[in-house]
Design a binder for this molecule. Sequence first.
Ligand code: GRG
Length: 296
Amino acid sequence: MQQFDLQHFIAGRTAAINQALDRFLPPAGAKPGTIHRAMRYSLFAGGKRLRPALCLAAADACGGEEGEAMPLACAVECVHTYSLVHDDLPAMDDDDYRRGKLTNHKVFGEGIAVLAGDALLTQAFEIAARCKGWPRYSHQTIVLELARAAGSLQLIAGQVADLEGEGKRTSAKQLQYIHERKTSALLCCSVRLGGMSANCTRTQLKALTDFGYNVGLAFQIIDDILDITQTSEQLGKTAGKDTATQKATYPAIVGLEKSRRIAKNLTERAFAALKVFRGKAVALEALADFLLRRDR
Ligand code: GRG
């Protein structure tokens, strides 16, 4: 792998993403104040900003301008944050901590937390709808891309299967179905949108799709591993939750060592997909490597 300063990349992009998100969201003081404070509370709670960073890195790989990709990067982060706020609700995972802070409903109450999630999802589509589009990717294509990833055949399908699978025996195949939808779909959408903002070719879009799919699955397997190997303090959310709720995870089905091997193989497939970029996808490559090795 080429020398690439990933820490510098992440720090710089995180600051830029935070500034852009701040611009895109109604101010905390906009009426009604509670909802805007609640939206901002979760959005600025210290998330790793992996999806927007992947979106910007994909634009780089395709020779695009990060400024063009930034609205799409922010839209994806809004969808992601909405999904976390709703996932933490008592009716779903019932969690008290997220991103090292009390969950949205613990601070603002369940009603406002539901609405804050709804508002973040809606905000994502407003941001995407405002983008001008590119010669190969109309603004309609962009909105469709986001809608598909967030909709009832992908993100929501994964969450439904996850909810319905709790406490039941789950096969490795069914678990892959859940992970593909709950996690991989939005990661894949992030890199595809980054590529589209650079007016990428069909070959580049196919490569980004393969990359995003494999990195997304590896990311979730690592998440499953961290849930049992790290502490709540390290993760900023309740550790051991998957075991406590008898959730299907890779370590539970195939064991820790095999899970690590599968995540490594998926990351290698993701690297292989980047060949078409002929050395220009260094940021994507470094991010995929970081996601495999992460400890939170
Ligand atoms: C409620 C529609 C709906 C979906 C919820 C996001 C989700 C689906 C469930 C949350 C739990 C979970 C394990 C999701 C899989 C994706 C994932 C690992 C999310 C956490 O992503 P990170 O680590 O979080 O990037 P930060 O906080 O750093 O942004």
